[in-house]
Structures are given as C-alpha cells and as structure tokens.
Design a protein around this ligand. Structure first.
Ligand code: NAD
Length: 379
C-alpha cells in the first residue's frame, strides 16, 4: 500500500496534506509513504523530518504519484497531475466541487476514486475527520489577528502614564466553529466582545465565552436551527428586524468579524454599505464568508476594500492557509483518521468499505464517472 503526498501546485497554498507525525503513523499502519521534496516547506516541515518519520522523499511529482494507491492533497489535483495517478487509486482532498464541473470531469475521467473531505458527515464518529471544523477553527483565530493588524489602535485596555486606552469593541456575526474561535481569541486579546447568530443554541455558547449575545429573539429565531444543526434562510421580515438591530449596534463597533453561512446558499448579506458608512474611520471588517459571496456588501474576494468613510473591509481568501503549520497539522490528522478506516489492520492493505456511510458521503468519482448524489443528476 503506497501513499503519495505531492507538493501543492497552487502558489497561494501553504498547507500540506501530511506531517512527519502522520507519516510515522501511516508507516506504523503498514504503508509505504512517498513525499515530494519540499512538500512541507511552507508549513515548516522539512524533507529530513519526513524521512526520519519513515517516508521516502522523491524529487518530482510524477515520481511521487507513480503507482500510488492513495494520494493525499489539500486541494483538488489539476488535470495534468491527475493523469499521473493510476486508475482506481484513492485521491483525497478538499475538492471544492461546486462550480467546477470541467475539473470534476477530468478527475472522473482519470478513473480515480476521488473523495471530497468537505462532505464528511458531521456525526460523532467522524468528528476527528471534520476538515470544515478544523480549518474554520484556525480561520476564526486568524481573522482576529488580521483585524488587529489592520486596526490602527491596540485591542486591550491599557493604563499608561500617558493616559488610559479604552479596549476595542469587537462584534462577531455568525457563531459556528469559526465564530466561536473568533470570540475566544478576541476575549483573550482583551476586547469587549458581542456576537450574534440566528440559532438560539448559540446564545449560551456566546455567554459562556464571556461575550454578550445580541439578536432579534422572536418566534422565528426559536425555529431557526435545522435538524442538522445549521441555520435556515430567514424571512424578509426577520431580515429587516435583524438589519435594524445590526445597523444600530455596528455604528459603535471598532472591529466586526463575519462568518455567517447557510448550507447550499449564498452567504447572507448582513452588513450593507450604509451600515459601513455609519462606522468610525479606521474600523475594520473581516469577512470570512467572502468565498461564498460575503456577509458585507462591500467585501471583495481576495482584496481589502477601504470605504468612503475610511473603514477597511478585508476579504482574504484561504484564511486557514495563512496559518499553514497549524492548519496542516489538523488537516493531516483529519486525513489520517479517514484513511485509517480504509486500511485492513490484519493484512495492512487498502480495503475501502464501499457501504460505509463516510465513504458513501465523500466519494465523488469512481470507475470514470461522477457518482456523488449531488452531482450525478445535475452536472
Ligand atoms: P456554518 O459555517 O454553516 O455557519 C456559520 C454560522 O453562521 C452558523 O452558526 C449559522 O447559524 C450562522 N448564520 C447563518 N445565517 C445567519 C444570519 N442570517 N445571521 C447570523 N448568523 C447566521 O456553521 P458551522 O461552523 O459549520 O457550524 C454549524 C453547526 O454545526 C454548529 O452548531 C456546530 O456546533 C455544529 N457542528 C457539529 C459538528 C459535529 O457534530 N460533528 C461538527 C461541526 C459543527
């Protein structure tokens, strides 16, 4: 059983799909592991550390992939790369399948079994494989760091001989995995933190982290969580009440971090241009939902926009990837936990259990076709 870890080809990607720690575990599980030279460099993992862990460091992507049974990646492989993977091999990555029909067809056409880690069911058994959570956690932390770096004042209260500095007010919108980490990080920095969400369960979580909860708590709010634990799209009436509340609150805030998402829908717009204009010059908004259209009307993917009144709106992409060593360490462990389910311990060989719910939920392509239920019919 040969596991390959090629270098990520996107120049903006600093993460890597395996660490020396996970390579050691794969070797203990009976695998032969090949790593492309330099694959871990941007995350601070050196070739000799992989070698010491029992991996074989090879010089090219082609040599890394040749004959591999399992290919571990952060991002979906490009067409040229997938051509070097043997048919039937398992290729495991964050596949970002929506809106990339042609790329998916090329993955399917190579005859590989592609697994999309973002489709991992959010059930107790798969918690250790939940890449959405592991990466959102890092992104929530990094969003506060990015905001602090762009903010022209300090975050905590300071008592100095030259006078007292007031603490920054930080508002977190959307209290899922990223939002909770942003609240915890902002609190550690000494900010005065408020947070909002449409799911009632978040109220207690916000308060337990020492922040104040702010929301329109009407009858619709009480029903806003789906059975799967996600938010529903709210009614026009609720959105209007929420907008009025946010407009008032936001004008007194120094930093806003937005993380609000609704599964399968564009991100809800929670901050209008008019609301930004009511903020003080030098205020900072970090929009973590920008890849899904953004929670702030003025946010632009991959850019920092400065509004007419001098507020900065940061729309950075791949925020977790800005903390590559930690994001990689967690992602690599997510992959290890998933691959372990594919290995037969007695024979130490690859034995994918095709009827396992984790396999069924994440399998995107097999035997030359797109097989995932979300893509089979419509694409
Ligand atoms: P997400 O990324 O889908 O959304 C982020 C947050 O935005 C959510 O809290 C959502 O309620 C909120 N939101 C959506 N629309 C909003 C609006 N109009 N205004 C304000 N907020 C809005 O969420 P997530 O981080 O993936 O987590 C969703 C839920 O799943 C949470 O309850 C989380 O604890 C749970 N979860 C469970 C597991 C597990 O059981 N294995 C793993 C991870 C997360």
């Amino acid at each position: 059983m040969l596991i390959a870890i090629p270098t990520e080809t996107d120049p903006d990607e600093g993460r890597v799909a395996a660490t020396p720690e996970t390579v050691k575990k794969f070797v203990e599980l009976g695998a032969e592991v090949r790593i492309e030279a330099g694959a871990g460099l941007k995350s601070g993992f050196l070739d000799n550390e992989y070698a010491q862990a029992g991996g074989a460091v090879v010089q090219s992507a082609a040599a890394t992939l040749n004959g591999a049974d399992i290919v571990l990646r952060v991002r979906r492989p490009a067409t040229e790369e997938i051509a070097g993977v043997k048919p039937g091999a398992a290729v495991i990555a964050i596949m970002a399948p929506y809106g990339h029909g042609d790329a998916l067809k090329s993955v399917a056409g190579a005859g590989v079994c592609a697994f999309a880690m973002e489709f991992m069911p959010r059930i107790t058994r798969a918690q250790s494989m939940d890449v959405l959570s592991s990466q959102a956690n890092v992104a929530g932390y990094r969003a506060v760091i990015d905001a602090a770096a762009e903010y022209g004042r300090v975050i905590p209260m300071m008592m100095t001989a030259a006078g007292m500095i007031q603490p920054a007010k930080i508002f977190i919108m959307g209290v899922g995995v990223a939002g909770l980490q942003a609240i915890a990080t902002a609190r550690k920095f000494g900010a005065i933190v408020t947070a909002t969400d449409v799911r009632p369960a978040t109220k207690e979580q916000v308060v337990s982290l020492g922040a104040k909860f702010i929301a329109v708590e009407d009858e619709e709010f009480k029903q806003a969580e789906t059975a799967a634990g996600y938010a529903k799209e709210m009614s026009t009436g609720y959105k209007a009440k929420q907008a009025a509340l946010i407009a008032e609150h936001i004008s007194s805030q120094d930093i806003v971090i937005t993380t609000a998402l609704i599964p399968g829908r564009p991100a809800p717009v929670l901050i209008t241009a008019a609301m930004v204009e009511a903020m003080r010059p030098g205020s900072v908004i970090v929009d973590l939902a920008v890849e899904r259209g953004g929670n702030c009307e003025l946010a632009k993917a991959g850019e920092t926009v400065v509004s007419k009144n001098g507020a900065k709106i940061i729309g950075r992409l791949n925020v977790a990837g800005q903390v590559p060593a930690t994001a990689s360490a967690l992602y690599a462990k997510n992959l290890l936990a998933f691959v372990e389910t594919m290995i037969e311990p007695k024979t130490k060989s690859l034995a994918i259990k095709w009827d396992d719910e984790l396999i069924k939920a994440t399998l995107l392509t097999k035997d030359g076709a797109l097989v995932h239920p979300s893509f089979k019919a419509g694409s």
